[in-house]
Design a protein around this ligand. Structure first.
Ligand code: SF4
Length: 377
């Protein structure tokens, strides 16, 4: 079915908000949060750990911590609580990103039931299953993802258990990898250039003759597609007589895709600025910011508190990785037109509070409440 990706206009007169047609929580995140809170409710008195952040949203994670849940690792896999402290009575929840086979094995060795509290998103599992199936046909797995991200580490671990695997962060790295396919770069350079990103025993002279590309589900779908198309062209030119490229197009996550396409739809409007709401370490939210930045001034905020006043906004700069304050972010002309969207790990209530904050500056809260009332009727 063809989906509608045009934004919803909330017309308050002096303020016009274009809300992305698809934004916020995806199935995987909703499912994971529900399981986590149910686990807390059903297990009073038990120690409950999360392998790492449930999702990349500070409010959701703080809420879980307030319910007594402890994080075992940080986002980059650094151990915060030693696995040695676990007993078989403890509960360990596997987050939506999934985990590595190595971590699963450690948990099992401690007597922890990993299946019961596993919130790995089915769309991430789909990537693993697809990797396994193409591995069975002797393809090497190229993973488009951020090498340190939990999901990429998990996908890499699963892929590497079945086939030679290598991670590429972006098109530049894909182009470098292509030079090993064509033989343009000497094979021995691969091991330093891609250090930490290839599986044990990877033989660059043999393992780049048949490949398939899968991705960290929150990468920009268009980037993954461009990388896959590029590598397909390179490898089929080099090895024209064999099925050297496996089609893996169907592994792109629907939610990431819809949220990204909805942003593209939103950018057709003549908005003055964009506000993207989500956790600063959220990969999918960062990609929405990148998409908006291509067209107009964009502010990446965690929540409504970042909107300090009508003149000042505190926001995250993706390029310098710092939070900074900008002044005069709202134009003097009326109506002010603002695009708003949020990442897959951002609760809708946070988006609503951002809208509330903006309408308050224009004395429009009453109208906002009326509009919400009409929506919920
Ligand atoms: S973004 Fe997609 S793959 Fe990731 S948790 Fe959500 S639904 Fe699952």
């Amino acid at each position: 079915m063809k989906k509608d990706f045009s934004p919803t206009l909330l017309d308050f007169g002096a303020l016009q908000i274009y809300l992305a047609r698809h934004f916020g929580f995806c199935y995987g995140v909703e499912n994971a949060i529900e399981i986590a809170f149910r686990t807390v409710e059903e297990n009073p008195g038990k120690r409950i750990f999360l392998l790492s952040e449930m999702i990349h949203n500070p409010q959701v994670n703080a809420d879980l911590q307030a319910h007594g849940v402890e994080f075992m690792q940080d986002t980059y896999g650094k151990q915060l609580i030693s696995f040695d402290e676990l007993t078989k009575e403890d509960i360990v929840i596997i987050p939506a990103f999934g985990t590595t086979l190595e971590t699963e094995a450690i948990l099992r060795s401690k007597g922890i039931q990993t299946e019961k509290y596993n919130t790995t998103c089915p769309f991430v599992e789909k990537v693993w299953n697809r990797s396994e199936s193409i591995a069975g046909k002797d393809y090497t797995i190229v993973i488009h993802g951020k090498p340190a991200h939990e999901e990429t580490r998990a996908t890499f671990s699963h892929a590497a258990s079945n086939a030679p695997s290598v991670v590429v962060k972006n098109m530049e790295e894909a182009k470098q990898l292509a030079k090993y396919i064509t033989g343009e770069t000497a094979a021995e350079n691969f091991y330093t250039e891609f250090a930490g990103q290839y599986s044990n025993g990877f033989d660059v002279t043999k393992d780049l003759k048949r490949i398939g590309v899968v991705n960290q589900t929150t990468m920009l779908a268009s980037d993954t597609q461009a990388i896959a198309d590029f590598l397909k062209q390179v490898i089929t030119e080099k090895y024209p007589d064999t099925e050297s490229f496996a089609d893996t197009r169907d592994t792109l996550c629907y939610a990431t895709n819809d949220n990204q396409t909805a942003v593209t739809g939103m950018l057709d409007t003549d908005a003055d600025l964009a506000i993207v709401v989500g956790g600063y370490n959220s990969s999918n939210t960062s990609h929405l910011v990148e998409l908006c930045e291509e067209k107009l001034t964009t502010y990446f905020v965690k929540n409504a508190d970042n909107i300090l006043s009508q003149n000042e906004i505190s926001h995250f700069d993706l390029h310098t990785k710092t939070e900074k304050v900008s002044v005069d972010y709202l134009p003097g002309t009326k109506p002010v037109k603002v695009l708003i969207t949020s990442g897959a790990s951002c609760p809708d209530a946070i988006v609503e509070s951002v809208i509330n904050r903006l309408t308050a500056f224009f004395g429009l809260n009453e109208q906002m409440d009326k509009m919400i009332g009409e929506f919920s009727e």
